[in-house]
Design a protein around this ligand. Structure first.
Ligand code: AHR
Length: 513
């Protein structure tokens, strides 16, 4: 095994060589469902500096930009081929009135963002600006409409404004505001977290409202967005049960949300850096829980929707820690460390495993908020460890999932948590490459692995390794490359390919059988 890590990892590798190797066997002859590239989707809410400052600086800014969107951030996001962006919220979506965000900037009404910090929402970024961002990114558009405090008519007219082709009053208004052709629109969410910030509803009440609203969510043939119903969170199953029973058509997907809180306590979630090992394992245990209840969701959907018309969109996920000291708690600013990168990879493995139903997932959130890809400070930007986890998994977009047989995986146990030390996911990429993603969740113990494809030996692997000296290693403005993928390769000796996966790491490999 060769990797560019220094003496510390060499010592750890030697320690691990004594252990029995974990056997990883990719079942290349048993192709599963395609891993929708939308599983690598993003979420940008009007929250803190998630939009203003982080993405949008305005056309007159000294920070280089294209029509107001900062070029450095857009360039970095293009490099991870952002497949879809959900906007404008979140909780913000259910208080957003689209007419506030069109027309001359000087006439746009300032409002209070009551969901996030009570700050003034200037409405500088509205429909035209967001659609421009999506076009600059080459991303699909997922707009979340306001069911909570809006009206059916308001929603219907927003859709018409976006998509009308003919000479209607709304199409004329759009043209007068600078956009001639209708935009392409892929996904249309009806409400967000309707059980909570979106209106505190019961699932049966929401299902009735959904049917009414979906009846008026109209767009020209060929440009009709997929309609998305707002589902439950965490372990709740009654939302997916009710929605998939009550709603028979005009619903492409039910959403689900789950955040990873180290302590599971919303009042004291746990620190983003300087946390104890107990909070490393408790955070990394969340994807395993998600795996369990996605299986339960699928059971319900398989019973109520055997034809598989309805997908699950996991449109909010990621770590949620105590706010960065000194920041407004309403802005959800937190540092991003190696723990977040491992957490992201574990989520990818779960979403891949359920790829027959999970057709979209959106990390919360894209820039400066919660488990962000990018952090900005005025003209500076830093790519987070989570960004690198996304970049490493690019070849998995639209790949065909493959089962992996794991044998001899030790448990990593601490306190009340116990998770497998090794997690794996394999796929065949669109260009025919055999891919393997691995994590070692143990913070101190490297592990020997032996790779096979269909029981036969592997010749070589090449790829990228992400690890760092500490569990909470972070990229920050003073050290932007502390956590960064390193090239990794290994070759078979005597017909067997053995390698050591370093402690607390993510490894993405192209496998040569
Ligand atoms: O991502 C932050 C918030 O978390 C979203 O606005 C809301 O939908 C969820 O509760």
């Amino acid at each position: 095994m060769k990797h560019p890590l220094p003496a510390l990892s060499l010592a750890l590798s030697i320690a691990a060589q004594a252990a029995e190797p974990v056997k990883v066997d990719i079942q290349a002859d048993r192709p599963g469902p395609v891993i929708a590239r939308q599983i690598y989707g993003q979420f940008a809410e009007h929250l803190g500096s998630g939009v203003y400052g982080g993405l949008w600086v305005g056309p007159d800014s000294k920070i280089p930009n294209v029509r107001g969107w900062r070029s450095d951030v857009v360039g970095a996001l293009k490099a991870i081929k952002v497949p879809v962006v959900r906007w404008p919220g979140g909780c913000f979506a259910d208080e957003y009135h689209w007419r506030d965000g069109i027309g001359p900037q000087s006439q746009r009404p300032p409002r209070v963002n009551t969901s996030w910090g009570g700050v003034i929402e200037p409405n500088t970024v509205g429909t035209h600006e967001f659609m421009d961002l999506a076009e600059q990114l080459g991303a699909e558009v997922y707009i979340n409409a306001n069911l909570g405090s809006g009206t059916v008519q308001e929603m219907a007219q927003w859709l018409e404004y976006l998509t009308a082709e003919g000479d209607t009053a709304l199409a004329r208004e759009r043209r007068a505001n600078g956009r001639d052709k209708p935009w392409r629109l892929q996904y249309w969410g009806i409400g967000n977290e309707s059980w909570g910030c979106g209106g505190n509803m019961k699932p049966g009440y929401y299902a009735d409202l959904y049917k009414q609203w979906a009846s008026f969510a109209k767009a020209p043939r060929g440009n009709r967005p997929k309609l998305v119903a707002s589902g439950g969170q965490e372990l709740e199953l009654n939302w997916v049960e009710t929605l998939s029973t009550e709603i028979k058509d005009r619903m492409a997907a039910v959403t689900h949300h789950q955040y990873s809180l180290p302590t599971r306590d919303w009042k004291k979630k746990g620190a983003a850096v300087g946390f104890p090992e107990a909070e490393w394992i408790s955070t990394l245990a969340v994807p395993q829980t998600i795996d369990g209840y996605l299986a339960k969701h699928r059971e319900i959907l398989d019973r109520n929707d055997p034809a598989k018309k309805f997908a699950i969109y996991f449109d909010e996920w990621g770590s949620w820690y105590d706010a960065e000291p000194g920041t407004d708690p309403g802005f959800l600013v937190q540092r991003n460390t190696l723990r977040d990168a491992v957490l992201a990879a574990l989520h990818f493995h779960v979403f891949h495993r359920h790829a027959d139903r999970v057709k979209m997932a959106n990390i919360a959130q894209m820039v400066n908020v919660l488990q962000a890809m990018i952090v900005t400070d005025k003209e500076r930007m830093v790519l987070t460890p989570s960004y690198h986890a996304f970049a490493m998994h690019l070849p998995f977009m639209d790949a065909t999932s493959l089962p992996v047989q794991l044998a001899g995986v030790p448990d990593y146990t601490l306190g009340k948590y116990s998770i497998p030390a090794v997690s794996a996911s394999a796929a065949k990429s669109v260009d025919g490459k055999l891919l393997l993603s691995l994590t070692n969740t143990h913070p101190n113990q490297p592990l020997p692995l032996q790779l096979a494809v269909g029981g036969k030996g592997v010749r070589a692997v090449t790829g990228q390794l992400l690890t760092a000296a500490t569990m909470d290693a972070q990229n920050w403005f003073d050290a932007p490359d502390r956590v960064k993928p390193q090239p990794f390769k290994a070759e078979a000796r005597s017909g067997l390919l053995a390698l050591n996966i370093p402690a607390k790491s993510v490894l993405v490999l192209e496998v040569q059988p």
